[in-house]
Design a protein around this ligand. Structure first.
Ligand code: MF3
Ligand code: CO
Ligand code: CO
Length: 290
């Protein structure tokens, strides 16, 4: 691969891509974003997460692309669907973990009887596709029916936190500047940033250096350079930051069962700032936009 695709890697192991590589990322990112646009109309109370994943699988196939998650470390689905207090890596069709209002049981692993979404559920859908060898990775929030006001606020703060992180993307800034922008905003809103999962470099690979932390100190961390490709994907909790992975080895939940939200873009650093590869073609990135 290095022979047909030369290029520089920084001392932190971060690949510097070339102008033509942006076109590849744009195509992959736009397909992932388009799939998230199309899935919006299928999210409603009574819908199942398994059916949503099936639709996503079909859309990836119909586009002639590949799912990056099917077969990734044994994962078998084209999406992760994380409902309510699930932080990330929720498995579609595998039963929705019960929230603290749904059970008085101490059993942390209790799941609903089926995968149906209930009115007021909030969910993150995360899709990664491979197009011509390039990876497009994006996720956003959806609501089944009518959101509770505190859930709506969580979603808005998480969205704004991602966008504030993105605004820190330009050559000369550091990865710490991105994390700091996200963390300081989220904590000013009395919510918490998950520390146990991070964004990542990507390109012709799914997960590459650096780890993109959603917290940090201004001026710290590797310096951003034109041609770096990575995701920013903050997870924000209404309660405490701590997470736990369920016995299925994938589903990450908030330890205190507080609600969690996440948005993710795949981003390229340009000479003057950034390009969002995963911008919604239909303008539907935020749940209130249709
Ligand atoms: N798309 C996720 C990310 O943002 C990774 C999912 S890996 C899976 O990095 F195996 F859980 F699908
Ligand atoms: Co990602
Ligand atoms: Co993702």
């Amino acid at each position: 691969m290095d022979e047909i695709h030369p290029g520089r890697v920084t001392k932190d192991g971060i690949r510097i891509h070339e102008a033509r590589d942006f076109a590849g990322m744009r195509k992959a990112g736009q397909l992932a974003a388009h799939i998230l646009d199309e899935i919006a109309q299928h999210v409603y109370p009574g819908q199942t997460t398994g059916a949503l994943d099936k639709l996503i699988t079909q859309m990836v196939q119909q586009a002639g692309a590949q799912s990056a998650t099917i077969g990734y470390r044994g994962y078998q689905h084209a999406s992760c669907i994380s409902v309510n207090h699930v932080v990330c890596h929720g498995i579609p069709g595998a039963g929705i973990p019960m929230g603290k209002d749904e059970t008085i049981s101490r059993n942390l692993e209790k799941r609903r009887a089926d995968d149906r979404l209930l009115d007021g559920d909030i969910l993150n859908i995360d899709v990664t596709v491979i197009v011509d060898g390039w990876f497009g990775d994006t996720s956003r929030m959806y609501v089944a029916g009518k959101p509770k006001p505190f859930a709506e606020r969580l979603i808005q703060v998480t969205y704004d936190a991602l966008m504030m992180g993105i605004e820190a993307v330009r050559p000369g800034n550091t990865f710490g500047d991105i994390g700091h922008a996200i963390q300081s905003y989220v904590e000013s809103q009395r919510m918490s940033v998950v520390r146990d999962f991070c964004g990542h470099g990507l390109g012709r690979v799914f997960h590459a250096p650096p780890n993109v932390l959603h917290y940090g100190r201004a001026g710290h961390g590797p310096r951003l350079e034109e041609g770096m490709f990575f995701t920013i994907e903050p997870m924000v909790n209404l309660g405490r930051a701590e997470t736990r992975v369920l016995a299925d080895d994938w589903t990450a939940v908030t330890r205190d069962k507080s609600l969690s939200a996440q948005f993710e873009h795949s981003i390229g650093v340009t000479a003057s700032g950034y390009e969002l590869f995963t911008l919604s073609p239909a303008g539907r990135f935020h749940p209130s936009w249709g």
